[in-house]
Every structure is written in C-alpha cells, then in structure tokens.
Design a binder for this molecule. Structure first.
Ligand code: AKG
Length: 301
C-alpha cells in the first residue's frame, strides 16, 4: 500500500483543536493514534509567516554552519546553537501539542533537535544504538513513548520522493521491510509526530546520488577532498541546475517524564558526550513555566 491515499484518522486534525482528556486513566486521540500507528500528522500548526521565518533562519544558519552530511547539511542539537530555533521549538504553540501527547505526565525534551537541508535518508529507525533494540524488547514495551516532532518547511505531496515515508505499526515490530510504506503528504506548517522506533525514510538517495557518493569516496582520499562536502556541493549544483527547491526540516525529540524517556535520553547523552550547550535565559524561563527541565543532552555532565 505504498503511498496509499488512505488517511490516518488524525490526518485531518486541524489547529486549534483541543481534545483534552482530562480524566485520569483515559487517552486522547493523538495518544491513541501514536500508540497504534506510530505516527500522526497535525495540520496547520504553524502560520505561513512562522514557516517563512523558520525556513529563512534555518537556511541562513546552514549556509555557513552545520556539518556536510548525507548529501546535504545537518546540525545536531540545533536548539543549543540557534536561539531562534530553541525559542520556536519551545513556544506555547508547540509545547501545548507536546503536552497533549505526554499527559498526564510532564513533557521531557531529550535535547535531540536536528536541523537539516537537502539530506538524503534511507529506511531506518532512530533507536539502533539503544541497548534494548538488540533483543527486540523495546518494540513490545507499551510504556515506551518517545517521539519526534518534525516540521518540513515546504509542501511535500504524499507521492513526492521528498516526503517522509513510514511503515505504520513497525514501531511495535522492529525493522520489518514487508510492512507497507506510506508517504505522509504535508503542507508547510503541518507537524508530523512519529515514534522513534518506527521505520521511516526521508528523501531517498537516487542512483545518481549513490554513484556520486561512491565515486567521491574512491577519489576523495587520493585528491585530499572532503568527501562529504564535495558530495553535498555537487548535489547542490545538480539541484540548482534542475531548479529543485531546497528541502528544509527541523526535528525535536520528546517524551513523557518517565523512566523510558530518561533512559533513551541518557543513552543519547553517552553517544554525544561532547555536546554541552546553553539555552538563553528566555528559553530556560519558558521551560520552567511549563514544568520542563532543561534538556538532558545539553546539561553539564
Ligand atoms: O530526512 C528526513 O526526512 C528523515 C529524517 C529522519 O530520518 C529522522 O529525523 O530520523
């Protein structure tokens, strides 16, 4: 059912919908869909002006900042380096949605917050290093509720090669290539929230991308080229010649304040021990008002 036109039941949720389930012990529709399918799309979270601003801040930063990677550029833990991204990702608009998902528990931000432009990505999940991935126990753990919120800052049709693809329900099964894939059609301003265990893929590398990367990997060391940079620059020339618009996105990982989220974040912290960041006083104040401790990954060891 690749690129199915079937719609996940929450695909049509529009802002500002407040489906609070204030009764303890009950779950709301966002929570139910995430638990069963492993992803939801929430429409119109951002205004066109917010999309425009976030896109321009991200592009401006990535012009000189970030790392050449996967055929594009990438900034890990972006909220520590771009204050406007931190402000944006911790705004009431976004935190209120996250609270709906983590309630009745508080929101925990793990500190993972990626900014990217024109990167490629094949099928994967975001927990390959988690100790409980090896024996598969993480996939049957119904208490594991760690999610990523993704903003793609351009329209991405469900059949476009650029759009995020998921294998619904694979978050409960592990890497299962036999499950049908679904392209998530979004408009700039929509949010996609997905379980970090779900199998997903972004803009897949084309045959040309694969060929170029192999070629640069072979000749790079001989010519003392930075392979990743050369690959990215070549792709960007090809994109420009083909008038392909930039593909820009921002991601942030979060979960409820429980043992599973803390353990996921700790594992990330060990993998990125060098990441030490500061958040502005305004961002820290906004987190405090919302009962959110500063993200674990950026905290001093
Ligand atoms: O480039 C994309 O859309 C995929 C992003 C992704 O795989 C991730 O954030 O884990």
């Amino acid at each position: 059912m690749a690129n199915s036109t079937e719609v996940n039941s929450t695909d049509e949720i529009r802002m500002p919908v407040r489906e609070s389930s204030r009764t303890p012990g009950t779950t709301n529709r966002l929570q139910n869909d995430l638990i069963s399918d492993g992803y939801v799309v929430i429409r119109d979270v951002l205004t066109p002006e917010q999309v425009e601003r976030l896109r321009s801040v991200s592009k401006e930063y990535l012009r000189s900042g970030g790392k050449y990677l996967y055929g594009g550029k990438f900034q890990l833990h972006a909220m520590y380096v771009v204050d406007e991204v931190a402000r944006f990702m911790t705004s009431d608009t976004i935190l209120n949605r996250l609270k709906e998902i983590t309630r009745p528990l508080d929101v925990v931000l793990t500190g993972e917050c990626d900014l990217m432009i024109n990167t490629t990505s094949s099928w994967h999940n975001d927990i390959p290093h988690h100790p409980r991935c090896a024996d598969g126990s993480i996939f049957s753990d119904e208490n594991f509720k760690v999610y990523k919120i993704a903003f793609y800052l351009q329209d991405q049709d469900e059949n476009s090669t650029a759009t995020l693809k998921v294998r619904p329900r694979s978050h409960l099964k592990g890497l299962v290539q036999s499950l049908p894939a679904k392209g998530l059609g979004v408009r700039a301003g929509d949010a996609i929230i997905f379980d970090v265990r779900i199998e997903h893929a972004g803009q897949m590398p084309t045959l040309l991308d694969r060929g170029l990367r192999k070629f640069f990997e072979r000749i790079g060391p001989l010519l003392r080229l930075d392979v990743q940079k050369t690959f990215t620059v070549t792709r960007s020339i090809i994109r420009r010649l083909g008038r392909t618009p930039d593909r820009v996105a921002v991601f942030m990982t979060f979960g409820p304040s429980d043992a599973e989220t803390y353990s996921y974040a700790e594992e990330g912290r060990h993998r990125h021990p060098g990441v030490r960041g500061t958040l502005s006083a305004d961002v820290l104040a906004q987190l405090a008002v919302n009962n959110i401790v500063p993200p674990i990954i950026g905290a001093p060891a």
